[in-house]
Structures are given as C-alpha cells and as structure tokens.
Design a binder for this molecule. Structure first.
Ligand code: AMP
Length: 147
C-alpha cells in the first residue's frame, strides 16, 4: 500500500484551506506522517520600494511578517492539539512557487490545499495558486473543494 511520510499543507487562512486542512490532518494521523504547514506572504513586486524609498518598507514588511507568523502560531495551537509531528513555515514570495519549492525541500510526498483560497473566484475550477501547484509539483496534489 502507498504510504505518505511527509504531507505539505498550504494555508492561506481561508475557508477553503481550513476545509482542506481536515484532510491533511486525517491523512497525517492515518499514516503517522510529518505535517509541514506553509503560509506564503504574497509579495507584490510593487511593494519592494518602487514608489517610496526602500527604508519606509522595512517596518511594514516586519509587521506583516510578525502578523503572519502570529496567525500561523494561533492556527497551529487551535487546530493541532495533540498532534506533535508538525513544522510550520511562513515565507514571502509567490505562493505557488514557494509551495512547490517547499514540497521539494521537505521531501513531501503529498500536497494538500483548497481548490480556492482567499481570492475566491468561484466560477473557475481552480484558483491560480492551486492550478500552478498542480501543474508544477513533483508529488501528488490533493485539492479539496468547499461543499
Ligand atoms: P487560490 O488558488 O489562490 O484560490 O488558492 C487555492 C489554495 O491554495 C488555498 O485554499 C490554499 O490552500 C492555497 N494557497 C493560496 N494562497 C496561499 C498562500 N499565500 N499561502 C499558502 N497557501 C496558499
């Protein structure tokens, strides 16, 4: 039987990813797998000091990163009680690229994510992050649709 040993869960704190998380955690429990949770701070190029000096952005970036890490901490303490084999990571960049990269680096053999996230374009079958991850990931991807 196929066994999963490292499951990567892509968390954008949306209803869609919350729903997918139940599947990620159930599979991690079932296979006694390590669960790696990633949140990517979606960093538009224009936030990199194009309009105003770079220095003004340093505090803002730090506050954004601190806020994102706090959200991830509270997500883990609210959702992972009595599951210990997990790692969390908050990274800046393009979400799909960072998710695929993290899956490679952590040796994930499954990625779990929502079909839709915070942008919620319901008429599309997949959101753009989901579509790019399915297209470029080296391992299987489970996409979970909100019912
Ligand atoms: P989207 O394709 O953006 O509609 O989102 C689909 C799924 O991709 C979400 O349900 C999340 O599982 C994941 N996702 C989207 N954006 C991010 C992000 N910034 N960080 C981590 N996961 C994300």
């Amino acid at each position: 039987m196929k066994k999963f040993s490292t499951i990567l869960f892509a968390n954008d704190f949306s209803e869609g990813s919350d729903n997918a998380f139940d599947y990620a955690l159930s599979l991690a429990r079932k296979f006694t797998a390590r669960l790696v949770l990633i949140h990517v701070i979606n960093e538009p190029v224009d936030l990199r000091g194009f309009y105003v000096p770079h220095i003004s952005f340093e505090n803002l970036e730090k506050e954004i990163a601190d806020g994102a890490r706090k959200m991830m901490d509270s997500f883990c303490s609210n959702h992972l009680n009595n599951f210990e084999n997990f790692e969390q990571s908050v990274i800046s960049g393009v979400p799909a690229d960072e998710i695929v990269k993290k899956a490679d680096e952590s040796g994930a053999d499954l990625i779990v994510m929502g079909t839709h996230g915070r942008k919620g374009m319901d008429h599309l079958l997949f959101g753009s992050t989901a579509e790019r991850v399915v297209r470029y990931a080296q391992c299987p991807v489970m996409t979970v649709r909100l019912q």
